[in-house]
Design a protein. Sequence first.
Length: 97
Amino acid sequence: MRLGTVIGRVTLSVRHRAFSGERLLIALPWGPQTAQTGQGHDYSIVVYDELGANLGQTIGISESGEASHPFPKPTPVDAYCSALVDDVFFQAEEPKR
């Protein structure tokens, strides 16, 4: 699992039967540079959300095979919102001399 920030939503007029009662979010995954410089990855991903994440919220993202584990039947999901993060504390280590 890794962290990301919700930056948008996806709206579909036609969808697969496996997707019901969910929302699809656009999330920007955090990278090593995010915590120190505020710069993240230069790409975003679509995340399946059943928890109700809001724009600007930090979420936990499960990807690949782990993303499809919450479903009883095989579901075509590559990224899943597995947690709503309330707070993140990070203290960078000082460089060793």
